[in-house]
Design a protein around this ligand. Structure first.
Ligand code: BES
Ligand code: ZN
Ligand code: ZN
Length: 494
């Protein structure tokens, strides 16, 4: 992973291959450098029509006192609108541009204050996060090493702000690691990451760390009466796993349960998915990956919050034994469910692990994350997650955390009337309603298994996996949810 360091020097005093500088729309580029070099830079940017739009970059060669330098100028957009998201975007786009120039070492000038990022500490944190997340690559499966690997060292020239900057570095590195861990898991093909190998990787990852990992196999899952999760898993040769992780600090202030959907591949089952919908379904464990990434980061930062992670790992496949439409399952809670669509498997897995988490952990609050519905992507697009839950206070806290973390999340309503759609003629309920409002009926289905615990459901089906390159997240698995969870957990520990 790229190493980010802080230096008390100015960027032009560093000896690096490339330097990244940030510019607001309408800000005079000439002020970034003194004298003639400043004018040259401004002219050169003007000639290319570079106007410092958010996420845009331009590479310019300039002679300054210390010699000829390659500069990458990254646009921050309007000064009043600066926030974590914009800075993440600019910093990530800038390190990607540096990578394209084959830079091994990169110097970075501190962006100026603006919008929500007036505080230098907050600004540094967002900058470090953007630099780290923009340096992520997944090239395990390339036979030749990439000829432009990410930079080894990124040095942020913080000048007189070096002390404030250094204070925020640990949090940014913990987030960068948590997100990279989640992304590696999501990017891993389903052929190598099945429920069993996944559970093994979780165990391996936390082996030397202060996080307790319990892995439940089929027999134990049966003992735990997780009838719905087990039925989903039956179509696969590979048995299911439920993993319960705990980060337990010395004096915890709160107890939080994070619950994640871990469908390592979702074929749809007998309601099989068709071409165009099935290709990316290795990503259907992204909710569980976010839980694991967040716990990694919380433990790295020693957060004084007890964090439990519960993930249900299954493959939704077809076989002679697979569950079928019309089947009735008995969930751990005792409620029975008539299956009217085998492709709505995530809610069945979550039903059992939400019930397990609520009743055995008895947390102060519980959040589940899942790539649950295509309808959510239709509603909010590919970049925004939906937030469901009736606890207004908790919802507000989460949305504020998302804003600080730079993630797009938006509330959708729990419309109780729609529960009618889930009535079954033969069981306590069915697993799907009509096509319209499909994310809402999914959330109403989950709510039945939550009990009295304050609870939120995050549908991350849109941003968890991106097929087109995004300036900040790149492509493939994104680690969506990890930044917000970490921001929320950090807020709870104040
Ligand atoms: N894993 C899918 C949801 C999904 C869709 C995730 C697109 C990521 C991108 C989920 O299990 C599913 O298939 N949901 C169905 C529900 C329907 C049958 C009620 C859907 O969204 O079509
Ligand atoms: Zn499905
Ligand atoms: Zn699914």
């Amino acid at each position: 992973m790229t190493k980010v360091q802080v230096s008390p020097r100015e960027w032009f005093d560093l000896q690096t291959d490339v330097d990244l500088l940030f510019l607001f729309e309408g800000q005079a580029a000439r002020k970034l450098l003194s004298g003639k070099a400043g004018r040259q830079l401004e002219e050169s940017l003007a000639r290319r029509g570079f106007s410092a739009g958010s996420g845009k970059t331009a590479a310019v060669e300039i002679d300054i006192a210390s010699g000829r330098r390659l500069l990458i100028v990254a646009g921050l957009g309007a000064k009043d609108e600066l926030d974590t998201r914009r800075l993440h975007r600019a910093a990530a786009a800038a390190v990607r541009a540096a990578r394209a120039c084959k830079a091994r070492s990169v110097g970075v000038g501190l962006p100026g204050p603006g919008g929500r990022l007036r505080d230098v500490g907050e600004r540094c944190r967002a900058l470090f996060e953007g630099l780290l997340l923009g340096s992520y690559t997944f090239d395990r499966y390339r036979s030749k090493p990439d000829n432009a690997p990410p930079a080894r060292r990124v040095i942020v020239a913080a000048g007189r702000h070096a002390a404030a900057a250094k204070k925020t570095l640990a949090a940014a590195v913990a987030l960068g690691e948590g997100v990279a861990l989640a992304r590696d898991l999501v990017n891993e093909p389903a052929g190598t990451l099945d429920p069993v190998t996944y559970a093994g990787r979780i165990r391996q990852h936390f082996r030397s760390k202060k996080v307790q990992v319990r892995v439940f196999g089929r027999a134990q899952i049966e003992k735990l009466s997780m009838g719905a999760l087990l039925q989903v898993a039956v179509g696969s040769e590979v048995p299911p796993r439920v993993v319960h992780l705990v980060w337990r600090p010395a004096r915890p202030r709160k107890k939080v349960a994070l619950v994640g959907k871990g469908v390592t591949f979702d074929s749809g089952g007998y309601n099989i998915k068709t071409t165009g919908h099935i290709e990316t379904m290795k990503c259907d464990m992204a909710g569980s990956a976010a839980v694991i990434g967040a716990i990694h980061a919380a433990s790295r930062l020693n957060l004084p919050v007890e964090v439990h992670g519960v993930v249900g790992l299954v493959e939704n496949l077809v076989s002679g034994k697979a569950y079928k439409p019309g089947d009735v399952l008995r969930t751990r809670s005792g409620k029975t469910v008539e299956i009217n669509n085998t492709d709505a498997e995530g809610r069945l897995v979550l039903a059992d692990i939400l019930d397990y988490a609520g009743t055995t952990i008895k947390p102060d609050l519980m959040i589940d994350l899942a790539t649950l519905t295509g309808a959510c992507v239709v509603a909010l697009g590919e970049h925004c997650s939906a937030v469901f839950g009736r606890d207004e206070d908790l919802r507000k806290q989460l949305l504020a955390a998302a804003q600080r973390a730079g993630e797009l999340m938006w509330p959708l309503p729990m419309i109780g009337d729609y529960f009618e759609q889930l009535r079954s003629p033969i069981a306590d309920c069915r697993n799907t309603g009509s096509r319209w409002g499909g994310s809402i009926t999914a959330a109403l289905f989950l709510e039945q298994f939550v009990g009295q615990t304050p609870w939120l459901h995050l549908d991350i089906a849109g941003p968890a996996f991106l097929e087109k390159q995004d300036p900040f997240w790149g492509e493939g698995g994104t680690g969506a949810g990890v930044p917000t969870l970490l921001a929320l957990l950090s807020g709870l520990s104040l």
